[in-house]
Design a protein around this ligand. Structure first.
Ligand SMILES: [Zn+2]
Length: 327
C-alpha cells in the first residue's frame, strides 16, 4: 500500500508539478517589461533654473512632463513620446542617485537643471507663453498621458539606471557608437540601423558656403593651416568615416580635423557630410541632424508609426537595456 502512495506521489511530481513549475518559470523569462525592484525612496527632484538662479523642488513625474514637452515635438506618436519619457526619467533617476542632496557640481543643491546641460525642462507657465492655446488643449494632455502611462519606468543596464540616454533628431539612417562621437565607450550606445526616418525634415540637407568664408573660418581657428582659395580642391580629403557615416578624420591642408570639429565650425546639421566645389562655392550635403548617438527621435517616431511600442523602440536604440519599474 505504502509503495502505491509513493508511486502515485512520484507520478504527480514528475507529470504535473514539475511541468507546471517549468511552465510558470518559462513564462517569466522574457516578459515585456522586466519588473526589477528598484527602490527609490526620494521621488522629488531639485532643478536649477538658469534664468533666475532659483532651485525648484518638483515631483519627479511632473518634472518628466516638462522635459518631454521641452525635448520632443508633441505632435509625435504616443509611443515615441513614451520612449522619450522613459529616457528622461532614467536620466533623472541616475542623477538623483549620483548627486542626491548635494546637487551637481555645476549647480550645487540641484541634481538637475532646466537647460541642455542636463535636459531641457519647461514649466507649464512657460509653455503657456511659448505655445498656442490649442497646443495646451491638444498636446499637453497627450504629454501627460505619455508620462502617466510609463509612470515609474526607467531603462536599466546591469541593474543600474541608464545614466546617458542620449538622443538626437535624425541619425541619417544609422546611429553612431558613443566613442566615435564623444570620448567614452558606453555599452548601450552602439551603432544601429535607423530605418524609419523618411519623414524627418533634415534627413539630408544642403548648405552652400563660399570658399573664402570656409578658408577664413578654418584659418581663424587653425592659423597654421596651409589651405587657401587656390589649393582648396587638392587640400580636402575625407580619410575615415564611422559606422554611422560621420567623418572621423578629414584632411584639411596640413591638418587632420574631425567631422565634429568641421560641423561645429561651419554650423552644419551633422558630421556626416559630403563636400563638392562649384566655382566659388562649396556645397556641404549633410545626412542626419545632431550627434547621432543613442535614440533618433525621428527614427523613434517612424518606428511608432510602424506599430512598435515604446519599450521596443528603446531596446532598439539602447542596446542591451531592460525596462525596469521603480518601486
Ligand atoms: Zn545641468
Amino acid at each position: 500500500m505504502k509503495n502505491v502512495f509513493v508511486l502515485i506521489f512520484s507520478v504527480f511530481i514528475t507529470t504535473i508539478l514539475i511541468p507546471v513549475l517549468l511552465i510558470q518559470r518559462c513564462s517569466v523569462i522574457e516578459p515585456k517589461i522586466e519588473k526589477q525592484q528598484i527602490v527609490e525612496s526620494n521621488k522629488v527632484v531639485h532643478v536649477y533654473m538658469h534664468e533666475t538662479g532659483e532651485i525648484k523642488t518638483l515631483d519627479l513625474e511632473e518634472y518628466i512632463k516638462g522635459v518631454v514637452a521641452g525635448e520632443m515635438p508633441a505632435a509625435f506618436e504616443m509611443e515615441a513620446l513614451k520612449a522619450q519619457a522613459v529616457a528622461a526619467r532614467s536620466y533623472a533617476v541616475s542623477r538623483m542617485r549620483a548627486y542626491g542632496k548635494n546637487g551637481h557640481p555645476s549647480h550645487p543643491g540641484a541634481e538637475l537643471c532646466d537647460s541642455v546641460h542636463c535636459q531641457v525642462w519647461l514649466s507649464k507657465e512657460r509653455l503657456r507663453e511659448l505655445k498656442s492655446k490649442n497646443w495646451m488643449k491638444n498636446y499637453w494632455p497627450k504629454i501627460e498621458k505619455a508620462v502617466e502611462e510609463t509612470k515609474g519606468l526607467i531603462m536599466t543596464y546591469d541593474n543600474k539606471p541608464v545614466d546617458q540616454p542620449l538622443f538626437h533628431s535624425t541619425s541619417g539612417g544609422r546611429t553612431e557608437n558613443s566613442e566615435d562621437v564623444f570620448a567614452a565607450w558606453v555599452p548601450y550606445l552602439r551603432s544601429v540601423e535607423s530605418p524609419y526616418e523618411q519623414e524627418a525634415p533634415h534627413l539630408t540637407d544642403q548648405q552652400d558656403i563660399s570658399i573664402a568664408t570656409f578658408v577664413s573660418k578654418i584659418k581663424k581657428k587653425y592659423p597654421d593651416c596651409n589651405i587657401n582659395a587656390s589649393n582648396i580642391k587638392s587640400s580636402l580629403k575625407i580619410l575615415e568615416r564611422s559606422d554611422g557615416g560621420r567623418i572621423l578624420k578629414m584632411q584639411v591642408g596640413n591638418k587632420i580635423l574631425t567631422g565634429r570639429e568641421i560641423r561645429e565650425l561651419l554650423g552644419l546639421r551633422s558630421a556626416n557630410f559630403k563636400v563638392a566645389i562649384y566655382g566659388e562655392k562649396m556645397r556641404f550635403t549633410t545626412n542626419g541632424y545632431g550627434h547621432g548617438v543613442g535614440m533618433s527621435q525621428w527614427g523613434a517616431n517612424g518606428m511608432a508609426k510602424k506599430g512598435y511600442t515604446f519599450d521596443e523602440i528603446l531596446k532598439h536604440y539602447y542596446v542591451g537595456v531592460e525596462i525596469s519599474k521603480m518601486k
